[in-house]
Design a protein around this ligand. Structure first.
Ligand code: NDP
Length: 471
């Protein structure tokens, strides 16, 4: 099959516009269409020299008619019902062998269902996770593709061309069948939630210690030059140094403490639980955003529960740096554990080193750590655990005392650090050969005759001397 040279783009919002310009710049001829038709000529008129590689279509039928068979059409529309409706409208217009590429943030279950339905109808379908925001989409995002190898082959060249590059290697990969790409993108976003939450917790502790936003921003600027270097640390520096043009105050000081979310963090947590896993740092981050939506309730709590009686936070910037590095590694480790569980459950055979490699540039969670993480995966993880890979293990060990001081200091002063605390509890659980679930299993056996195993026997389903007490 010929490589895709002419490609359709439906949805000229933030991401679709940027991706269309990126495609045009890399030599593709892009036929663009948008629900609000007026956006099409406006977009082309703003495209400057790239306009010669762009062609506007009035409606879906017009878009389809302008593309040669087999067609390649990218959807950049809101995930969920809008994308389903778009596919339903397109299907009667397409020919067998045409390929639809959903580049939105779709739930991977939807991608699996759509793949089955479209393949049954003779079409090809790729679920393509795109990370990097508007800037990434325009100049080089990280691209996580799911679908058949056959469907990916004709678009591989152009997808790799538009992707970010890490030392000349494209940050785009075909990761597995059907929902694999969208699942990896979902977990990417889950890790993003955790990282952002940990940064916000560090910021909160520094605020309590009397630091103002520019001073904290400058500290993040310094951290960006060491092994904490990452896009999110850069973003944090930039937003903390910004001034509100209306009041002259630091911009963050006039922004409501109320964070939005579109679902990918929550999906990561839900899927982790369904897979028998747990991603507690990500869960803490999702919970923090959810609870942030209740400012009035929190204000009532502040008045009623008197947190003012607590001592001021006493943690050093150096401790925060070490603690954040250790916790960041643990958040990545949790994300990869979820990916591993999904890979086994859905038989995706995900190449974790490849996943880490394509996250090294272009995406929101890109960080200097990811090069080390991909090398650790390539070398093979001890017991399958990222935090046991030698270099990362050493960093976690080095950071743990600081993480303990930060979490305990925060607790004593009433400052919530749910993501940092959950990272600490996670690693403390995973470094205890014998924990306390022996008691839980005894309780379960007592009231439900669930049985247990003994430390000194291979026998299963044993019961304690409390037989008959069950309810
Ligand atoms: P925007 O809101 O900027 O744009 C949405 C686009 O979809 C517009 O072109 C809009 O058309 C069109 N659209 C909306 N509803 C419908 C509908 N019911 N039927 C047909 N077209 C519709 O969104 P983004 O560009 O930010 O996001 C697009 C996709 O990319 C989403 O799935 C998002 O989750 C994902 N994404 C977004 C990222 C980001 O940083 N923004 C990052 C990575 C992925 P109209 O002009 O008529 O409103």
């Amino acid at each position: 099959m010929a490589d895709a040279q002419k490609i359709g783009m439906i949805g000229l919002g933030t991401m679709g516009s940027a991706l269309a310009l990126n495609l045009a710049e890399k030599g593709a001829h892009v036929v663009v269409q948008n629900r609000t038709e007026a956006r099409v000529p406006e977009f082309i008129s703003e495209a400057g020299a790239l306009a010669s590689n762009l062609e506007g279509a009035g409606d879906l039928a017009d878009l389809v008619a302008r593309l040669p068979e087999p067609r390649f059409i990218i959807l950049m529309t809101p995930a969920g019902a809008a994308t389903d409706a778009m596919i339903d409208d397109l299907k009667p217009l397409l020919s067998a062998g045409d390929t639809l590429i959903d580049a939105g943030n779709s739930d991977f279950h939807d991608t699996r269902r759509r793949t089955e339905q479209l393949e049954e109808a003779g079409f090809k379908f790729l679920g393509m996770g795109v990370s990097g925001g508007e800037e990434g989409a325009r100049h080089g995002p990280s691209i996580m593709v799911g679908g058949t190898a056959d469907a990916y082959a004709p678009v591989k060249g152009i997808i790799e061309a538009i992707a970010a590059k890490f030392e000349d290697a494209p940050c785009a990969a075909h990761l597995g069948p059907d929902g694999a790409g969208h699942f990896v993108k979902t977990v990417h976003n889950g890790i993003e939630y955790a990282d952002m939450q940990m940064i916000a917790e560090v910021y909160g502790l520094l605020c309590d210690a009397g630091w103002d936003a520019p001073k904290i921003g400058t500290l993040f600027g310094e951290w960006g030059k060491c092994n904490l270097g990452s896009y999110l640390v850069e973003v944090t520096e930039a937003v903390l140094l910004a001034t509100d043009p209306e009041t002259g105050k630091p911009m963050v000081d006039v922004i409501m403490d109320k964070a939005g979310q579109k679902g990918t963090g929550r999906w990561t947590v839900i899927e982790a639980l369904k897979l028998g896993q747990s991603a507690t740092t990500i869960e803490a981050a999702v919970a923090a955003r959810s609870w942030s939506a209740e400012p009035a309730v929190r204000a009532a709590g502040e008045a009623a529960l008197d947190p003012a009686g607590l001592a001021k936070v006493e943690v050093s910037a150096e401790d925060l740096k070490e603690a954040f590095l250790a916790a960041r590694i643990l958040a990545y480790a949790q994300g990869f554990r979820v990916l591993q569980a999904a890979s086994e459950t859905y038989a995706w055979d995900l190449d974790m080193a490849r996943v880490a490699e394509i996250w090294r540039a272009g995406c929101i969670i890109r960080s200097v750590l990811l090069d080390e993480i991909s090398s650790a995966h390539r070398a093979g993880l001890p017991e399958g655990q990222l935090y046991l890979a030698e270099g990362l293990r050493q960093k976690v060990i080095a950071g743990l005392p600081a993480l303990r001081r930060v979490v305990s200091g925060a607790a004593l002063s009433g400052r919530p650090v749910p993501a940092l605390a959950s990272a600490l509890s996670f690693i403390d659980t995973m470094r205890l050969g014998r924990g306390t679930t022996n008691l839980i299993q005894a309780q379960r056996d007592y009231f439900g005759a669930h049985g247990f195993e003994r430390v000194d026997s291979d026998a299963k389903g044993l019961h304690g001397p409390w037989a008959g007490h069950g309810m």
